[in-house]
Design a protein around this ligand. Structure first.
Ligand SMILES: [Zn+2]
Length: 190
């Protein structure tokens, strides 16, 4: 089964956790494929007492002008204790709106413009009124939010070597989101 992060342009803490980014300082590449286009970002986690963050760095190409710009920014990480021991990690949204820093504690960051940020910053409500999917953007956000909620509820992806019911639902959801994702140029959003 493919990861949710491969399907939708987002990064989740569970994806990073699974790939060991919270165990120690580690760097790597995340790639999304939509049809013929491929997008990658470089990430590097920095795990240190009271100064945990993840660095995102990539080249952003403007689809209209072809102009390239390098972005490089840090996303602070916070951890909370789980009831049964261990830690749960969260991103703190790095975006600012009207000069006000967001800093919301979230499990998933979405790429709505040049930068990754929380669903609140990208400003679209999660509501059944968008089920009509008149706009590919609203449809995609709706799919992403549903997938995020589903992922939060999911305790495990496989059971006895087979995908769980929720994992299969998530896979179907991402499958349905694909045509919308393909028709959407998310860089234009901001
Ligand atoms: Zn935010």
């Amino acid at each position: 089964m493919r990861d949710y992060a491969d399907e939708c342009r987002s990064v989740s803490v569970s994806f990073l956790h699974k790939h060991g980014y919270f165990n120690s300082t580690q760097s790597g590449l995340i790639t999304w494929t939509h049809g013929d286009s491929k997008n990658s970002i470089s990430i590097a986690s920095h795990i240190e007492e009271n100064n945990d963050y993840i660095r995102f760095y990539y080249t952003q190409t403007n689809r209209d002008t072809g102009e390239k710009k390098d972005v490089d920014y840090k996303i602070p990480l916070v951890s909370t204790k789980c009831h049964f021991g261990g830690k749960r990690w969260w991103f703190m949204c790095p975006l600012s709106r009207n000069g006000v820093y967001c800093g919301k504690r979230v499990g998933v960051l979405y790429k709505g413009g040049d930068y990754f940020g929380c669903r609140h910053c990208y400003g679209l409500p999660y509501s059944s009124q968008y089920e009509n999917y008149r706009s590919p953007l609203l449809a995609t956000m709706n799919f992403m939010f549903k997938a995020e909620d589903l992922e939060k509820k999911m305790k495990r992806r496989t059971y006895a070597g087979r995908p769980t019911k929720k994992a299969r639902r998530l896979a179907r959801l991402c499958q349905r989101a694909r045509p919308y994702l393909a028709s959407l140029q998310m860089e234009k959003m901001l």
